[in-house]
Design a protein around this ligand. Structure first.
Ligand SMILES: NC(=O)c1ccc[n+]([C@@H]2O[C@H](COP(=O)([O-])OP(=O)(O)OC[C@H]3O[C@@H](n4cnc5c(N)ncnc54)[C@H](OP(=O)(O)O)[C@@H]3O)[C@@H](O)[C@H]2O)c1
Length: 196
């Protein structure tokens, strides 16, 4: 939950990260069958829910250093769609899934400012051509993971966390005020702030 609204004296909780995460993927004319999600924290939970509920891939692999947390997420989210195979593995094991992964999502803060020179995986050299590499980090705009995806010698589709950040904020703003967020104005202001 990242947004709370009081309606008729009742507290209602929402997670706008789910729609924020899905927004950049909405117009992709591409079947996402196999996904790898790195990290087992709050953002991972929203990403996994969105995948299980809306994209419905054949398989999701949750790779994390925190195995108990990953197993809790597995137990909690499996009932969302039991047709999706849900595997838990270590972060170090993630690379072995890359040759058959359509969507790789980094939900860890590895590579986030000020530790821009870090990355969650050693290498993307085995990544499947035309796979989607999605890093939730928005500062820097292009993480080392995304740079490597650009330079790995295979075509990839890349997303950073900027649009997700704006879209989850727009959804929260709508819940709080009933109004549309001026997305273009907010995006420009955020770009200026991140560049400063
Ligand atoms: N674009 C957006 O709108 C948006 C929205 C939400 C979050 N995010 C970004 O997503 C990232 C995670 O946010 P969160 O709220 O999910 O944080 P969180 O709840 O603290 O979860 C972070 C996850 O990453 C793991 N992790 C952290 N450092 C690690 C390391 N050095 N090696 C391996 N695993 C590590 C943590 O493992 P442990 O449990 O072992 O600590 C945990 O599973 C942040 O960069 C945040 O800015 C972006």
């Amino acid at each position: 939950m990242n947004t709370v609204v009081i309606r008729n004296g009742k507290w209602l909780g929402f997670n706008t990260d789910v729609n924020g995460f899905l927004h950049p993927l909405r117009n992709l004319n591409k079947k996402i069958s196999r996904c790898v999600v790195l990290g087992s924290g709050g953002a991972s939970r929203a990403v996994l829910y969105g995948l299980m509920k809306r994209l419905v891939p054949q398989r999701v692999v949750l790779c994390a250093r925190n195995r108990p947390a990953a197993q809790r997420l597995q137990g909690e989210l499996r009932p969302v769609n039991r047709e999706v195979e849900f595997i838990v593995d270590t972060l170090a094991a993630a690379e072995k899934y890359l040759p058959e992964t359509d969507l790789l999502v980094n939900t860890t803060p590895i590579g986030m400012f000020p530790r821009n020179d870090e990355k969650p995986l050693k290498s993307l050299s085995t990544v499947k051509p035309d796979s989607i590499i999605y890093d939730l980090i928005y500062n820097p705009i292009q993480t080392l993971l995304l740079k490597e995806a650009e330079q790995c010698g295979r075509p990839t589709i890349r997303f950073n966390g900027f649009e997700m950040l704006i879209r989850q904020a727009a959804a929260a703003f709508q819940l709080w005020t009933g109004k549309d967020l001026p997305v273009d104005i907010c995006s420009a202001a955020l770009r200026r702030a991140l560049a400063a």
